[in-house]
Design a binder for this molecule. Structure first.
Ligand code: ADP
Ligand code: MG
Length: 335
């Protein structure tokens, strides 16, 4: 299928007939945001065999692509509006793939109230690359930033950590016997890998209620991403192993498969949960908010003074339940 057929037959259905998208037929799109707000923009790229596997199929590749971009919007506390799509095809790209890819985008955009306004389509000789540039808005000066954590702030995370990493382990297992994991758990862990659940509404409410000013989403791993907050805010984080939330399925997986350990989960990445910091006096309000939005939030540690912030230094200290430091050797995915 040529570029124009793909755009016209499939991608056009994703514009929701919005005027700014101009039917994907003009040189540019036009965008608007509400008054007294700043435009928030983020881009993510996904490459075959690094971020997705061809066998994932168009639907799952697309849902992960768009949802992981939405996760950056969540980390800023912004409201997503629309996105642009970078699409590549190669000789293996058939109509079925494009159809399912479009369906995946459609389902995610429906859930978050966003639409497509443009993009680019190219032909590749080898690996496929997809990208999304997403646009949103946030009230002026209200954006959540990595450099706004303060000493004594609590460190909190949404959801559970490590499920997506275990999903990837199951996906890339050499054979069905490599890991011991029952069917329900396997389905759950795979779902967590393919269908991230960006915490947009929760992050927006944090801003609205003045409960936090610093956040990041977990894409490279809990430790690596928390370290970004530490580096930017020039402080260190002390976190506690027994406070880090794991799902029932992940706990079971660890006890049944000794070749994977706890530190793998917190350096695995792809969680697309939020790490954010908050004053202790706001904790009760945060928990009430989480309950209202039916998500779980856990306090995993706090921010402390440090004179060792230097680019490249790991500023995250992990402790066991007895207060003994746990060595962190690998702390996140690096591209
Ligand atoms: P040009 O060659 O001038 O850059 P293109 O042929 O790349 O124009 O794009 C023509 C139109 O199709 C533009 O409006 C562009 O936004 C849209 N478009 C191209 N590829 C995509 C895509 N993958 N998703 C959405 N819109 C696309
Ligand atoms: Mg172009």
């Amino acid at each position: 299928m040529n570029e124009f057929k793909i755009i016209n037959n499939y991608f056009k259905t994703l514009t929701n007939n919005s005027v700014g998208a101009r039917k994907l037929e003009d040189d540019t799109a036009t965008v608007k945001i509400p008054p007294n707000c700043e435009l928030v923009v983020s881009k993510d790229m996904m490459i075959e065999n690094v971020h997705f596997l061809k066998k994932d199929g168009g639907y799952k590749i697309a849902t992960k692509l768009l949802a992981s971009n939405l996760s950056d919007i969540a980390a800023s506390g912004a409201t997503p509006l629309y996105y642009m799509l970078g699409f590549s095809k190669n000789k293996h790209t058939n109509q079925n793939f494009i159809k399912n890819f479009t369906l995946g985008l459609k389902d995610v955009q429906k859930k978050y109230g966003i639409y497509l306004i443009g993009g680019d389509t190219v032909k590749s000789d080898k690996a496929l690359v997809f990208s999304v540039t997403i646009f949103g808005y946030v009230k002026k000066n209200k954006i959540l930033l990595r450099d706004k954590a303060a000493i004594d702030d609590l460190i909190l995370v949404t959801g559970n950590i490590g499920d997506a990493y275990l999903g990837l382990k199951l996906l890339t297992a050499k054979n069905t016997k490599e890991f011991k994991c029952d069917k329900d758990d396997k389905n759950y862990l795979l779902k967590r890998h393919h269908f991230p659940d960006p915490k947009i509404d929760f992050a927006k409410s944090l801003i609205k209620n003045n409960l936090s000013s610093s956040a990041i989403d977990i894409s490279d791993g809990l430790i690596a991403d928390l370290n970004h907050i530490c580096q930017a805010s020039k402080l260190k984080a002390a976190i506690y192993q027994d406070k880090i939330p794991l799902s029932k399925a992940a706990k079971k997986f660890l006890s049944n498969n000794r070749q994977i350990n706890f530190t793998d989960l917190i350096s695995g990445g792809d969680d697309y949960e939020l790490i954010f910091t908050a004053k202790a006096k706001n904790l009760a309000k945060i928990m009430t908010l989480a309950k209202k939005l039916k998500i779980s939030v856990n306090c995993i540690g706090n921010c402390q003074k440090s004179d060792k912030t230097k680019p490249g230094n790991l500023m995250v200290e992990l402790y066991d339940e007895k207060g003994k430091p746990i060595q962190i050797s690998k702390y996140g995915y690096q591209h």
